[in-house]
Design a protein around this ligand. Structure first.
Ligand code: ARG
Length: 421
């Protein structure tokens, strides 16, 4: 019991089960670097405040450098009784420099340390994830630029809707402009007692992976034999131990699944926070596993997603072959709108035309002008211009549209944004 930081008022021993339950060293040792850095800054503040001498400060700084060295060489040995990273580092510092080590903790609590360390660790972690997210976005943007000519069906309710550019689909999947706010100055009671920044990180990760999960779902569908819009490279596929022909999109299925995992971390941690009294409570120790696991998950997902997107093969004939004239039924309605008919009425007329085509078992584009005129006398010969997928996508040239000019503008927007990062 002698080496406990808080052993003074205790006579009885801690139950070994409680000891294990209480300890966080198994996972919070990941913050060793932040913990040493935080202590180095803190001892300088102690010296300025006159609480340690110049000489003591130098001893502590040298000792902390040695602790840092051991960790970075992988030589730091965790001992029984090292309850958490703060305890472990201080124990080792004392072994290096003796008594002055005891002055480092003047005026601070591990509650302050853990709040500081977690913020410092997360700040670096977010920067790493940001780099990876930027790589993914840039891969998507460049792919969209190269494949701007390719058309494919756009779907709603999983039913064929209207023709779109494949690039438009890719850009739609981009996670958007994301950033996390870092507020380091707070009221002291809140500084140690709140973990909003962890909760926000978990929420951001959940949202980010929700987007990627949707994207993965589309791609899984597009990679089926039935669609054959895309083919994954072998590098991101796996096989079946039973059925020799199988090539499964496990990479995408795992990306899809991880959203659930991370969302669970976010919901679980919010449950932990809910109803806590203010300032530090040991419940907050739960932030670490949620944060580390989420970081590791997003770290892997972003890299696999970049790999999948940059290597998948697009089957342009299959995509464009999946377009069918019924997807131009909206354009057929617009044709009447241009002749002055209100859209509601035009929609109904185009619907009737779809019905005629279906009952005659022909394509919408194969209905004769005479047949169309039984639906509305406004139909005339130039209705033939409707049956052109390129013309169809080109009419959506407003910002965010699927026309070549709009998609090019979106690509340029993302390129400029990427450069500013
Ligand atoms: N390991 C603790 C945590 O992660 C550090 C703070 C412990 N403080 C305390 N009073 N028990 O939250």
């Amino acid at each position: 019991e002698g080496n406990k930081l808080w052993g003074g008022r205790f006579v009885g021993n801690t139950d070994p089960i409680m000891e294990k339950f209480n300890a966080s060293i198994a996972y919070d040792q990941r913050m060793w670097e932040a913990d040493v850095k935080g202590s180095k800054a803190y001892v300088k503040a102690l010296q300025k405040a006159g609480l340690v001498t110049q000489n003591e400060m130098e001893q502590i700084l040298t000792g902390l450098d040695k602790v840092f060295d051991e960790w970075s060489k992988g030589e730091f040995k965790i001992k029984p009784g090292d309850e958490d990273i703060h305890t472990a580092n201080e124990r080792r510092l004392k072994e290096f420099i003796g008594d002055p080590a005891g002055k480092l903790h003047t005026g601070r609590s591990r509650n302050d340390q853990v709040a500081t360390d977690t913020r410092l660790w997360l700040r670096d972690a977010i920067n790493t994830l940001k780099e990876l997210a930027l790589q993914l976005i840039s891969t998507m943007v460049e792919r969209a630029a190269v494949e701007i000519e390719i058309l494919c069906p756009g779907y709603t309710h999983m039913q064929r809707a209207q023709p779109i550019r494949w690039s438009h689909w890719i850009l739609r999947c981009i996670l958007g402009e994301f950033y996390l706010n870092y507020i380091l100055l707070e009221v002291s009671m809140d500084a140690t007692g709140q973990r909003d920044f962890v909760a926000e990180f978990l929420f951001w990760a959940s949202m980010c992976l929700t987007h990627l999960s949707k994207m993965a779902e589309d791609l899984i569908l597009y990679s089926t034999k039935e669609f054959s819009f895309i083919t994954l490279t072998d590098a991101y596929s796996t096989g079946s131990s039973l059925m020799p022909q199988k090539k499964n999109a496990d990479s995408l299925e795992l990306i899809r699944s991880k959203a659930g995992r991370v969302f669970g971390r976010c919901a679980g941690f919010l449950m932990t926070l809910k109803g806590l009294p203010s300032t530090y409570n040991k419940d907050l120790q739960e932030d670490k596993e949620a944060m580390f696991d989420t970081y590791d998950t997003v770290h892997a997902v972003l890299q696999v997603a970049t790999g999948v997107i940059s290597t998948l093969k697009v089957n342009q004939p299959a995509m464009e072959g999946a377009l069918s004239p019924d997807m131009l039924a909206t354009d057929l309605a617009y044709h009447l709108v241009r002749k002055g008919m209100p859209f509601r009425e035009a929609h109904s007329c185009a619907g009737k035309a779809v019905y005629i085509a279906e009952s005659k078992n022909i394509h919408l584009s194969q209905i004769t002008v005479e047949d169309l005129q039984t639906v509305s006398p406004l139909f005339d010969k130039d209705v033939s211009s409707v049956w052109d997928y390129n013309r169809s996508v080109e009419q959506y040239s407003a910002p965010g549209g699927t026309a070549r000019s709009s998609v090019t503008a979106q690509i340029e927007h993302f390129r400029t944004w990427l450069q500013a990062q």
